[in-house]
Design a protein around this ligand. Structure first.
Ligand SMILES: [Mg+2]
Length: 324
Protein backbone atom coordinates (compact mmCIF):
# COMPACT_ATOMS: atom_id res chain seq x y z
CA UNK A 1 0.00 0.00 0.00
CA UNK A 2 1.33 3.44 -0.90
CA UNK A 3 2.00 6.03 1.80
CA UNK A 4 -0.65 8.71 2.30
CA UNK A 5 0.26 12.03 0.68
CA UNK A 6 2.28 14.44 2.80
CA UNK A 7 1.20 17.77 1.37
CA UNK A 8 -1.18 19.72 3.62
CA UNK A 9 -2.82 22.65 1.85
CA UNK A 10 -3.86 25.46 4.19
CA UNK A 11 -6.46 27.93 2.98
CA UNK A 12 -6.22 31.03 5.12
CA UNK A 13 -9.08 33.48 5.01
CA UNK A 14 -7.32 36.86 5.26
CA UNK A 15 -10.37 38.40 6.97
CA UNK A 16 -11.22 35.66 9.47
CA UNK A 17 -11.31 36.32 13.18
CA UNK A 18 -8.79 38.33 15.09
CA UNK A 19 -5.10 38.72 14.39
CA UNK A 20 -4.50 37.15 17.80
CA UNK A 21 -5.04 33.76 16.12
CA UNK A 22 -2.16 34.29 13.66
CA UNK A 23 0.43 32.56 15.90
CA UNK A 24 -1.72 29.42 15.77
CA UNK A 25 -1.24 29.32 12.00
CA UNK A 26 2.53 29.47 12.52
CA UNK A 27 2.32 26.70 15.14
CA UNK A 28 0.32 24.62 12.67
CA UNK A 29 2.87 24.90 9.85
CA UNK A 30 5.84 24.41 12.19
CA UNK A 31 4.39 21.28 13.81
CA UNK A 32 3.28 19.85 10.45
CA UNK A 33 6.87 20.16 9.21
CA UNK A 34 8.18 18.54 12.39
CA UNK A 35 5.79 15.65 11.82
CA UNK A 36 7.20 15.08 8.34
CA UNK A 37 4.28 16.71 6.52
CA UNK A 38 4.55 19.47 3.93
CA UNK A 39 2.41 22.53 4.72
CA UNK A 40 1.63 25.03 2.02
CA UNK A 41 -0.36 28.14 2.90
CA UNK A 42 -2.62 29.98 0.47
CA UNK A 43 -4.31 33.31 1.21
CA UNK A 44 -5.23 33.79 -2.45
CA UNK A 45 -8.28 31.65 -3.22
CA UNK A 46 -7.74 31.85 -6.99
CA UNK A 47 -4.14 30.64 -6.68
CA UNK A 48 -5.32 27.71 -4.55
CA UNK A 49 -8.02 26.87 -7.07
CA UNK A 50 -5.49 26.91 -9.89
CA UNK A 51 -3.14 24.57 -8.02
CA UNK A 52 -5.89 22.15 -7.02
CA UNK A 53 -7.08 21.93 -10.60
CA UNK A 54 -3.70 20.34 -11.32
CA UNK A 55 -4.23 16.58 -11.06
CA UNK A 56 -0.72 15.89 -9.70
CA UNK A 57 -0.98 18.59 -7.03
CA UNK A 58 -4.38 17.28 -5.96
CA UNK A 59 -3.14 13.68 -5.80
CA UNK A 60 -0.27 14.78 -3.58
CA UNK A 61 -2.62 16.61 -1.21
CA UNK A 62 -3.42 14.82 2.02
CA UNK A 63 -6.06 17.34 3.08
CA UNK A 64 -7.08 20.99 3.00
CA UNK A 65 -7.07 22.95 6.24
CA UNK A 66 -9.76 25.61 6.44
CA UNK A 67 -7.93 28.23 8.54
CA UNK A 68 -10.81 30.57 9.24
CA UNK A 69 -14.42 30.43 10.34
CA UNK A 70 -17.47 28.53 9.19
CA UNK A 71 -17.48 30.61 6.01
CA UNK A 72 -14.03 29.29 5.10
CA UNK A 73 -15.21 25.71 5.74
CA UNK A 74 -18.25 26.42 3.57
CA UNK A 75 -16.01 27.78 0.80
CA UNK A 76 -13.74 24.71 0.87
CA UNK A 77 -16.54 22.11 0.78
CA UNK A 78 -18.09 23.90 -2.18
CA UNK A 79 -14.89 24.45 -4.13
CA UNK A 80 -13.21 21.13 -3.43
CA UNK A 81 -15.80 18.45 -2.68
CA UNK A 82 -14.14 15.11 -2.17
CA UNK A 83 -10.90 16.49 -0.70
CA UNK A 84 -10.49 15.58 3.01
CA UNK A 85 -10.87 18.63 5.26
CA UNK A 86 -9.34 19.75 8.55
CA UNK A 87 -10.16 22.95 10.43
CA UNK A 88 -8.03 25.50 12.27
CA UNK A 89 -10.70 27.63 13.94
CA UNK A 90 -9.93 31.32 13.39
CA UNK A 91 -13.43 32.70 12.89
CA UNK A 92 -16.14 34.32 14.96
CA UNK A 93 -18.40 31.35 15.65
CA UNK A 94 -16.48 28.23 14.47
CA UNK A 95 -19.62 26.11 14.82
CA UNK A 96 -18.21 23.07 13.02
CA UNK A 97 -14.94 23.12 14.97
CA UNK A 98 -16.83 23.41 18.28
CA UNK A 99 -19.17 20.58 17.36
CA UNK A 100 -16.25 18.20 16.90
CA UNK A 101 -14.16 19.60 19.75
CA UNK A 102 -11.37 20.58 17.36
CA UNK A 103 -8.26 21.87 19.11
CA UNK A 104 -7.73 25.65 19.03
CA UNK A 105 -3.97 25.22 19.16
CA UNK A 106 -2.27 25.03 15.76
CA UNK A 107 0.24 22.45 16.99
CA UNK A 108 -2.55 20.16 18.15
CA UNK A 109 -4.36 20.59 14.83
CA UNK A 110 -1.15 19.44 13.11
CA UNK A 111 -1.05 16.34 15.34
CA UNK A 112 -4.72 15.68 14.59
CA UNK A 113 -3.94 15.79 10.86
CA UNK A 114 -0.97 13.45 11.29
CA UNK A 115 -3.09 11.00 13.33
CA UNK A 116 -5.62 11.04 10.49
CA UNK A 117 -8.90 10.04 12.14
CA UNK A 118 -11.52 10.72 9.51
CA UNK A 119 -15.24 11.11 10.11
CA UNK A 120 -17.56 10.75 7.12
CA UNK A 121 -20.14 13.43 7.76
CA UNK A 122 -23.29 14.39 5.92
CA UNK A 123 -23.42 17.59 3.91
CA UNK A 124 -26.57 19.62 3.26
CA UNK A 125 -27.30 21.19 -0.11
CA UNK A 126 -29.41 24.30 -0.62
CA UNK A 127 -30.00 25.48 -4.19
CA UNK A 128 -26.88 23.60 -5.27
CA UNK A 129 -24.73 25.14 -2.49
CA UNK A 130 -23.23 22.75 0.08
CA UNK A 131 -23.37 23.49 3.81
CA UNK A 132 -21.77 21.74 6.76
CA UNK A 133 -23.59 23.27 9.73
CA UNK A 134 -26.92 24.90 8.87
CA UNK A 135 -28.87 26.98 6.40
CA UNK A 136 -31.91 29.20 6.78
CA UNK A 137 -34.37 31.43 5.03
CA UNK A 138 -35.92 34.52 6.65
CA UNK A 139 -34.89 37.06 9.30
CA UNK A 140 -31.44 35.70 10.22
CA UNK A 141 -30.45 35.37 6.55
CA UNK A 142 -31.36 39.05 6.10
CA UNK A 143 -29.16 39.97 9.10
CA UNK A 144 -26.25 38.03 7.61
CA UNK A 145 -26.76 39.74 4.26
CA UNK A 146 -26.73 43.18 5.94
CA UNK A 147 -23.65 42.27 8.02
CA UNK A 148 -21.74 41.23 4.93
CA UNK A 149 -22.74 44.40 3.08
CA UNK A 150 -21.23 46.41 5.93
CA UNK A 151 -18.15 44.20 6.28
CA UNK A 152 -14.86 45.89 5.61
CA UNK A 153 -12.41 43.46 7.20
CA UNK A 154 -12.28 41.15 10.17
CA UNK A 155 -15.67 40.49 11.73
CA UNK A 156 -16.66 40.00 15.37
CA UNK A 157 -19.99 39.35 17.04
CA UNK A 158 -20.34 43.12 17.63
CA UNK A 159 -20.50 43.60 13.86
CA UNK A 160 -23.93 41.96 13.94
CA UNK A 161 -25.49 44.50 16.36
CA UNK A 162 -26.14 47.19 13.76
CA UNK A 163 -27.41 44.77 11.04
CA UNK A 164 -29.74 43.13 13.58
CA UNK A 165 -31.10 46.53 14.59
CA UNK A 166 -31.45 47.59 10.95
CA UNK A 167 -33.24 44.36 10.07
CA UNK A 168 -35.59 44.70 13.06
CA UNK A 169 -36.54 48.19 11.85
CA UNK A 170 -36.84 47.48 8.14
CA UNK A 171 -37.47 43.77 7.50
CA UNK A 172 -41.03 43.50 6.18
CA UNK A 173 -41.43 39.80 7.07
CA UNK A 174 -42.45 37.25 4.49
CA UNK A 175 -44.57 34.13 4.50
CA UNK A 176 -42.69 30.96 3.58
CA UNK A 177 -44.31 27.70 2.48
CA UNK A 178 -42.33 24.62 3.50
CA UNK A 179 -43.10 21.34 1.71
CA UNK A 180 -41.55 17.94 2.21
CA UNK A 181 -42.43 14.27 1.68
CA UNK A 182 -42.06 14.03 5.49
CA UNK A 183 -44.75 16.64 6.20
CA UNK A 184 -48.43 15.65 5.96
CA UNK A 185 -49.11 18.95 4.21
CA UNK A 186 -47.23 22.18 3.35
CA UNK A 187 -46.63 24.46 6.36
CA UNK A 188 -46.75 28.26 6.35
CA UNK A 189 -44.16 30.03 8.46
CA UNK A 190 -42.00 33.16 8.86
CA UNK A 191 -38.60 31.47 8.99
CA UNK A 192 -37.04 28.04 8.53
CA UNK A 193 -33.70 26.73 9.85
CA UNK A 194 -32.25 23.50 8.45
CA UNK A 195 -29.46 21.91 10.51
CA UNK A 196 -26.84 19.31 9.75
CA UNK A 197 -25.22 19.60 13.20
CA UNK A 198 -26.80 20.72 16.46
CA UNK A 199 -24.89 24.02 16.71
CA UNK A 200 -26.38 27.37 15.79
CA UNK A 201 -25.01 30.88 16.26
CA UNK A 202 -24.34 31.78 19.91
CA UNK A 203 -24.98 28.11 20.70
CA UNK A 204 -28.76 28.57 20.60
CA UNK A 205 -30.53 25.17 20.68
CA UNK A 206 -32.51 25.68 17.46
CA UNK A 207 -32.28 22.05 16.31
CA UNK A 208 -30.70 20.39 19.36
CA UNK A 209 -31.32 16.83 18.15
CA UNK A 210 -29.50 17.28 14.85
CA UNK A 211 -26.73 14.78 14.06
CA UNK A 212 -24.13 14.99 11.33
CA UNK A 213 -24.18 11.24 10.69
CA UNK A 214 -27.81 10.16 10.44
CA UNK A 215 -28.40 10.97 6.77
CA UNK A 216 -31.17 13.38 7.78
CA UNK A 217 -31.66 17.13 7.97
CA UNK A 218 -33.24 18.57 11.12
CA UNK A 219 -35.73 21.29 10.28
CA UNK A 220 -37.04 23.98 12.63
CA UNK A 221 -40.14 25.78 11.36
CA UNK A 222 -40.79 29.11 13.06
CA UNK A 223 -44.43 29.88 12.34
CA UNK A 224 -43.97 33.29 13.94
CA UNK A 225 -40.56 34.97 13.66
CA UNK A 226 -41.23 38.65 14.17
CA UNK A 227 -38.47 40.46 16.10
CA UNK A 228 -40.31 40.11 19.43
CA UNK A 229 -40.86 36.38 18.85
CA UNK A 230 -37.15 35.92 18.02
CA UNK A 231 -36.07 37.81 21.13
CA UNK A 232 -38.34 35.56 23.20
CA UNK A 233 -36.97 32.35 21.61
CA UNK A 234 -33.39 33.55 22.08
CA UNK A 235 -33.94 34.38 25.76
CA UNK A 236 -35.50 30.96 26.32
CA UNK A 237 -32.61 29.36 24.47
CA UNK A 238 -29.99 31.19 26.54
CA UNK A 239 -31.70 30.77 29.91
CA UNK A 240 -33.36 27.35 29.63
CA UNK A 241 -31.14 25.71 26.95
CA UNK A 242 -34.36 24.76 25.15
CA UNK A 243 -36.63 26.56 22.71
CA UNK A 244 -40.13 25.13 22.87
CA UNK A 245 -43.19 27.03 21.67
CA UNK A 246 -46.54 26.37 20.04
CA UNK A 247 -45.22 28.62 17.26
CA UNK A 248 -42.30 26.25 16.56
CA UNK A 249 -42.36 22.77 15.06
CA UNK A 250 -39.53 20.47 14.07
CA UNK A 251 -39.18 17.46 11.79
CA UNK A 252 -36.48 15.42 10.10
CA UNK A 253 -36.22 14.71 6.42
CA UNK A 254 -33.94 14.15 3.46
CA UNK A 255 -35.54 16.84 1.28
CA UNK A 256 -37.69 19.93 1.49
CA UNK A 257 -38.60 22.99 -0.52
CA UNK A 258 -39.30 26.57 0.57
CA UNK A 259 -41.47 28.79 -1.58
CA UNK A 260 -42.31 32.46 -1.13
CA UNK A 261 -44.40 35.07 -2.94
CA UNK A 262 -41.33 37.32 -3.33
CA UNK A 263 -37.60 36.51 -2.98
CA UNK A 264 -36.44 36.06 0.63
CA UNK A 265 -32.76 35.92 1.61
CA UNK A 266 -31.06 32.59 2.21
CA UNK A 267 -27.88 31.92 4.20
CA UNK A 268 -25.74 28.80 4.49
CA UNK A 269 -23.05 28.43 7.20
CA UNK A 270 -23.30 32.17 7.87
CA UNK A 271 -22.77 33.16 4.23
CA UNK A 272 -25.42 34.97 2.23
CA UNK A 273 -26.06 32.77 -0.80
CA UNK A 274 -29.04 34.28 -2.61
CA UNK A 275 -32.76 34.01 -2.09
CA UNK A 276 -35.82 31.78 -2.20
CA UNK A 277 -37.27 29.58 -3.64
CA UNK A 278 -35.13 26.86 -2.05
CA UNK A 279 -34.56 23.22 -2.79
CA UNK A 280 -32.80 21.53 0.13
CA UNK A 281 -31.41 18.02 0.28
CA UNK A 282 -28.65 16.00 1.93
CA UNK A 283 -25.58 14.13 0.70
CA UNK A 284 -25.04 11.42 3.33
CA UNK A 285 -21.48 10.75 4.50
CA UNK A 286 -20.03 12.88 1.71
CA UNK A 287 -17.42 14.94 3.61
CA UNK A 288 -14.22 13.37 4.96
CA UNK A 289 -13.51 15.49 8.03
CA UNK A 290 -10.33 15.00 10.06
CA UNK A 291 -11.38 14.86 13.71
CA UNK A 292 -9.61 14.62 17.07
CA UNK A 293 -8.78 11.07 18.20
CA UNK A 294 -10.81 11.47 21.41
CA UNK A 295 -13.85 12.46 19.39
CA UNK A 296 -13.43 9.48 17.06
CA UNK A 297 -13.24 7.15 20.10
CA UNK A 298 -16.36 8.68 21.64
CA UNK A 299 -18.21 8.49 18.33
CA UNK A 300 -17.60 4.74 18.10
CA UNK A 301 -19.57 4.31 21.33
CA UNK A 302 -22.53 6.47 20.34
CA UNK A 303 -22.72 5.62 16.65
CA UNK A 304 -26.24 5.20 15.34
CA UNK A 305 -26.97 1.75 14.05
CA UNK A 306 -30.64 1.92 13.07
CA UNK A 307 -30.52 4.73 10.54
CA UNK A 308 -27.09 4.60 8.99
CA UNK A 309 -23.96 3.18 10.47
CA UNK A 310 -20.71 4.83 9.44
CA UNK A 311 -17.37 3.74 10.83
CA UNK A 312 -14.65 6.30 11.42
CA UNK A 313 -11.85 5.43 9.07
CA UNK A 314 -8.31 5.28 10.28
CA UNK A 315 -5.74 6.54 7.81
CA UNK A 316 -2.40 4.79 8.03
CA UNK A 317 -0.21 6.59 10.57
CA UNK A 318 2.66 8.66 9.25
CA UNK A 319 6.25 7.91 10.13
CA UNK A 320 7.21 9.35 13.52
CA UNK A 321 8.13 13.05 13.34
CA UNK A 322 11.32 14.71 14.44
CA UNK A 323 11.37 15.38 18.17
CA UNK A 324 11.04 19.04 19.17
MG1 LIG B 1 -28.47 14.93 10.43
Amino acid sequence: MSNPPKQVVISKNPYSGSGLREPQLMRLTKRLSELGLEPCVFTDRDALKQELENETFRRETRCIVAAGGDGTVDDMINRYPGVPLAVLAMGTENLLAKHFGMPRNGGEVAEMIAAGNVEQMDVGVINGHRFAVMASCGFDAEVIYQAHLARSGRITKLHYVRPIWKTIRTFPGHRLTVSSPDLPEPVECDMVVVSNVSRYASNLPVNPGSRHDDGLLSVCILKAAKPLDLIGYSLRGFLMRSIQSTKISRFMTTALTVETAEPVRVQADGESIGHSPCEISILPASLSLIVPARWAEEAKKTRLSGIRAVRAQQLPPLPAGQPE
